[in-house]
Design a protein around this ligand. Structure first.
Ligand code: ARG
Length: 410
């Protein structure tokens, strides 16, 4: 039985029914939470007795724990909850619509998903930080254009990963802020005539309250950028683990063999993270496209907002946890790194800068060193000057600072 059965004669065409049903089971506990809040407001307005409120609250707590009670014969999670509440469920929808209900539940879901993302990001950042501490003095070539540029340390490089993850935390905090408003009270779009008290954090405009999905877009954007970072990290691991580079060995707990070539150990985790980044970007693009042509207020198109968010949450959790296993098990080949970093040309910039200190204009110094490189006479400075932070000289301080920044969470 649908919530709108009174309006139509018979049953829907089965194909139409199947098509319209929402894939929203993950929303169940959050909708129970939003419904409990609405019930409290109905009670405050004298529209639900104390006993009825208590019954609703008890039932909702049970329903939230029992996903199997949501049936194929329910149109969506909201219909399921009203049915499962039984007789008192016939009163619960006063002063609300599924439009403000779904927005309220989805916002609670997004808040939880943002908190989870921040925790999982912190867990990976902690692993990368420990790795950076261990490799603080491991010299390696730093690259631009995938060509050797200047010497760095592996600790310095890994701290760059930490910075990316730190910005990701901020993006999820922003998405959580966007979700932390309440559309309850907006009803279908214009509120209701019932004397319900406003929920805390009520949105200013009821039409916007039921039409707005910016918080979901913010979440998918944060997920897409996080995945973009994880993909770059994954790409570096793939490169470092090649026989050609040989900078790291993959842990057998986080690598795969080949079904045909017995010698292989493949970086599938890093590759799948890279692959899922494309999917995560697609989910953001998809929801932007869904929303962009919609007239205000609610349109059923918006039912498409949840699946990409559910899927990105699942993928992020999976990718971050798998990367924890992969990164914490990487075995660094310090000799290979040292050999690669001993290329004297890595100090060509230092040589030019040494001339600058002696009063040579930088462009002249650059030309003189470049000429020496070309004719093969280049010799690196005997004692390279120490670099200013955040170069290799500053890694220890940078590590301590990053530890402090993540201190509350790690
Ligand atoms: N399942 C719907 C969704 O996810 C709930 C809202 C339906 N509202 C409506 N007026 N048909 O968007």
């Amino acid at each position: 039985m649908t919530l709108w059965a009174g309006r139509v004669e018979g049953a829907l065409d089965p194909a139409v029914w199947e098509f319209l049903r929402a894939d929203d089971a993950e929303l169940l506990p959050y909708d129970c939470e939003a419904t409990a809040e609405h019930a409290g407001r109905l009670h405050a307005a004298g529209l639900l007795t104390g006993d009825e409120l208590a019954e609703v609250e008890t039932r909702l707590a049970e329903i939230a724990q029992d996903p199997a009670s949501y049936l194929d014969s329910d149109e969506d999670v909201h219909s399921a909850i009203e049915r499962l509440l039984g007789e008192v469920g016939r009163k619960i929808h006063a002063g609300r619509s599924r439009n403000d209900q779904v927005a309220a539940a989805f916002r609670l879901y997004a808040l939880d998903a943002c908190a989870e993302a921040r925790e999982e990001i912190d867990a990976l950042a902690l692993v990368v930080l420990s790795f950076a501490e261990t490799e603080a003095d491991t010299v390696m070539p730093g690259y631009t254009h995938m060509q050797r540029g200047q010497p760095v340390t592996l600790g310095h490089h890994l701290l760059a990963w930490v910075e990316m993850l730190d910005r990701d935390r901020t993006r999820f905090a922003y998405a959580a802020e966007a979700a932390a408003e309440s559309p309850l009270g907006a009803g279908a779009l214009a509120g209701s005539t019932l004397p319900l008290p406003p929920p805390s954090g009520q949105m200013r405009n009821s039409i916007d309250a039921v039409a707005d999905r910016d918080f979901a877009l913010d979440y998918l954007y944060a997920a897409a950028v996080l995945f973009t970072h994880l993909s770059r990290i994954g790409e570096e691991i793939v490169i470092w683990a090649t026989s050609e580079f040989g900078f790291v060995k993959l842990p057998e707990t986080a690598a795969t063999g080949s079904s045909m070539m017995p010698q292989k150990l493949n970086p599938d985790v890093a590759e799948l993270v890279r692959g899922k980044a494309g999917t995560a970007i697609g989910r953001l693009t998809g929801l932007l496209a869904t929303v962009k042509g919609l007239p205000l207020a609610y349109d059923r198109d918006l039912q498409e907002d949840k699946v990409p968010v559910f899927a990105s949450r699942r993928d992020m959790r999976g990718a971050l946890q798998a990367l924890v296993a992969l990164v914490s098990g990487l075995d660094v080949n310090r000799e290979r790194l040292a050999t690669a970093a001993s290329d004297p040309l890595l100090l060509a910039t230092d040589a030019a800068e040494a001339l600058v200190v002696d009063g040579v204009p930088f462009r002249d110094a650059h030309e003189r060193v470049a000429e020496a490189v070309r004719d093969g006479s280049f010799a690196p400075p005997a004692a390279p000057a120490p670099r200013a932070a955040p170069g290799p000289g500053g890694v220890r301080e940078a590590l301590a600072e990053a530890r402090q920044r993540f201190g509350d969470n790690l």
